[in-house]
Design a binder for this molecule. Structure first.
Ligand SMILES: [Zn+2]
Length: 348
């Protein structure tokens, strides 16, 4: 993958090239994308650029042996880590022993055929669709072992780590030291669409880069639609009621939501609200520069960030997710939105 193969995200590309050219590369970088939003191709273009033996004009050559290995995802110094579980492939193995390496072939096939794959595509490729996946302690040991060996090709060793939020505390503790002080020329490249769920101990050690979703993504459509203003207004009303502790006003917002003329619009509101809470979280982490706030949102979200306690956004997003799942199942909408608003109200 060359940078020129990727559309958009020119700022991120420039930042990556300048990091590589200056040699000032953070040990740990967290790429925050909307799901399937293109962080993976950027990460691969960056690693290919770093390893290329003939780079020019801010891009890799695409033809040297390093580029070829990188583009086939078989470079010996690049390791891929993703959440796993047991499945038909793992036989009698216990879940705690399953690591990414077992699904390496499936991962490579998926990532080569569609570098914009989603979480669900990955579990489908591994044949573990219905299972809750995680990154276990065994995986942490595997990473530490791999990184303790010297690089095969005299360049950087890299761990491309999908969904670091799926690591439990034990795994994170095991990895903490190496993430903080990795061996020389070793990079951690984390990719997440849920930055607020990444354990603080890991998150705080990473340089954060925001990958802007491709123009045709769901969110971009949502932003460009004429309804966005109404979602924003309703979200503002709802959160004003919640932070003013005015339950009646909050429940009126629930009625307005239940009265939307289509379920698609209700879903779009939930997506907007979720994104709103993520922005609040980013502001609270002093990362407002990557929260991509419009002028109108600036005041609204900055104000809310000052009023909501830090763990609130995470809880709120969980409630919104559950509401979105229930919405698919034809439940009574008035009850659904009342319940959602109640939860948002009570948990503040
Ligand atoms: Zn090359």
């Amino acid at each position: 993958m060359r940078f020129s193969d990727i559309k958009g995200n020119e700022d991120v590309k420039r930042a990556l090239v300048s990091m590589a050219d200056s040699g000032r590369i953070p040990h740990s970088t967290l790429f925050y994308e909307n799901e399937g939003g293109g962080a993976f191709p950027l990460v691969m273009a960056f690693l290919q650029y770093l390893a290329c033996q003939n780079k020019h004009d801010g891009d890799s050559c695409g033809e040297c042996p390093s580029c070829v290995k990188m583009s086939k995802l078989i470079h010996p110094d690049t390791h891929f880590v993703y959440p796993t579980n047991t499945g038909s492939k793992t036989g009698k193995m216990a879940a705690k022993d399953v690591t990414s390496e077992i699904y390496a072939k499936e991962f490579r096939e998926l990532a080569l055929s569609n570098p914009y794959f989603l979480e669900a595509d990955m579990s489908a490729a591994f044949g573990i669709e219905s299972k809750v996946c995680d990154v276990n302690v065994q995986e942490a040991k595997y990473i530490i072992d791999k990184l303790s060996l010297s690089a095969v090709e005299n360049g950087y060793k890299a761990v491309v780590f999908f969904q670091p939020e799926k690591m439990n505390v034990q795994t994170a503790n095991k990895l903490l030291k190496i993430v903080e002080e990795p061996p020389e020329k070793t990079l951690f490249l984390f990719i997440t669409h849920n930055p607020e769920k990444v354990l603080q101990t890991i998150f705080s050690r990473c340089q954060c880069l925001r990958v802007v979703p491709p123009p045709r993504s769901e969110l971009a459509n949502l932003r460009s639609s004429a309804d966005t203003q109404s979602y924003m207004d309703l979200f503002a009303d709802l959160m004003k009621a919640v932070t003013d502790r005015d339950l009646l006003a909050a429940l009126e917002c629930a009625d307005d939501l239940a009265a939307f003329d289509s379920r698609e619009k209700q879903k779009a509101f939930l997506v907007y609200a979720s994104e709103g809470f993520r922005k609040i979280f980013m502001i609270q982490q002093n990362l407002s520069q990557i929260a991509y706030l419009s002028e109108y949102e600036q005041d609204l979200f900055t104000n809310l960030a000052s009023k909501c306690p830090k763990p609130y956004s995470r809880k709120a997003m969980d409630y919104l997710n559950s509401a979105a799942a229930l919405l698919e199942r034809n439940v009574n909408q008035k009850i659904l939105f009342c319940d959602l608003v109640n939860r948002l109200f009570i948990s503040l």
